[in-house]
Design a protein around this ligand. Structure first.
Ligand SMILES: [Zn+2]
Ligand SMILES: [Zn+2]
Length: 200
């Protein structure tokens, strides 16, 4: 499929809607998520619950959440703050799955593109420059949607820790702020039960 066809797919539209825009990072997350689903489908029953470990909290992670159904609230999305486009998706039952890591160079942007990002960050970009940035950004995303998978990622078997299923846990008010806090997250300090916010 070319970029236009991919962007017409229902699942891509859901990713773009959830994320709020189309960008290179979202394209990477979409390709990684689709690759993971295909990998898992080949090897096990596709309706098995998955657990995703993401090593970035950037754009791509939103596509992973939409495609895999792994979310923070369900407790099956784990975030390791390592600043890498690495996504490990495993079956909850076995902990076995696939690790998808972006190859070096794939996300390289042109000097002009980087220059415009800098200007926008410093609030120095003219309306024309903002438009030029949007075009470059979208084109980079389109390019990534069309790039053959093996040129984007290293993909290999992996296992990952499977977290406990999200549990409903009783809360008690923190002795300082009175906000109800899960028991397991209250800390005893000088005889008081404090939430982590108050415990510092
Ligand atoms: Zn984005
Ligand atoms: Zn508190």
């Amino acid at each position: 499929m070319n970029a236009d066809e991919i962007m017409e797919q229902e699942d891509f539209k859901r990713c773009a809607e959830f994320h709020g825009h189309i960008c290179p990072g979202l394209a990477i997350g979409y390709r990684a998520g689709k690759a993971a689903l295909a990998w898992l489908e080949e090897r096990r029953s596709p309706d098995e619950e998955m657990v995703a470990t993401v090593e970035t909290n950037a754009c791509g992670t939103d596509a992973i959440q939409v495609l895999t159904g792994c979310t923070l609230g369900k407790g099956n999305l784990l975030f390791k703050d390592q600043g890498k486009h690495v996504y490990t998706i495993v079956s909850r039952k076995t902990g076995e799955g696939v690790r998808i890591a972006l190859l070096n160079g794939v996300m390289n942007l042109s000097d002009r593109h980087l220059n415009l990002i800098q200007k926008i960050r410093e609030d120095q970009a003219s309306p024309e420059e903002r438009r030029e940035f949007q075009t470059l950004h979208l084109n980079k995303g389109r390019q990534l949607l069309e790039t053959p998978l093996e040129e984007l990622f290293s993909i290999r078997n992996a296992s990952a820790p499977v977290p406990e299923k999200a549990m409903i846990e009783p809360s008690m008010p923190c002795d300082r702020c009175q906000e109800p806090t899960m028991l397991s997250r209250l800390e005893k300090i000088n005889g008081q039960s404090l939430c982590r916010g108050c415990a510092g």
